[in-house]
Write a protein that binds this ligand. Structure first.
Ligand code: FES
Length: 76
């Protein structure tokens, strides 16, 4: 799910919220793929903690703190 410039993904580690904006060249194309974050522009890959997994993703991805209370997710 994308809201504003934030991607909220249901992963094997629970809900994770990251920026939609790729740190490679700023394209807003981050998505969850194979339980990692991926940018469809040039293929940057990031793990669920935002760590870059290839040269395009080497600058990492901003992760937001997310908390859950019942059915409500709060991103900060
Ligand atoms: S802008 Fe995301 S890989 Fe280049």
């Amino acid at each position: 799910m994308v809201t504003g410039n934030v991607v909220v993904a249901n992963t094997t580690q629970g809900y994770v919220a990251v920026t939609l904006v790729c740190s490679h060249e700023g394209e807003k194309r981050i998505q969850l793929r194979n339980n990692e974050f991926y940018c469809s522009a040039h293929g940057a890959r990031y793990d669920l903690n935002g760590k870059g997994l290839n040269s395009e993703g080497s600058h990492g991805l901003t992760i937001y703190t997310i908390s859950q209370s019942g059915n409500i997710l709060t991103i900060s």
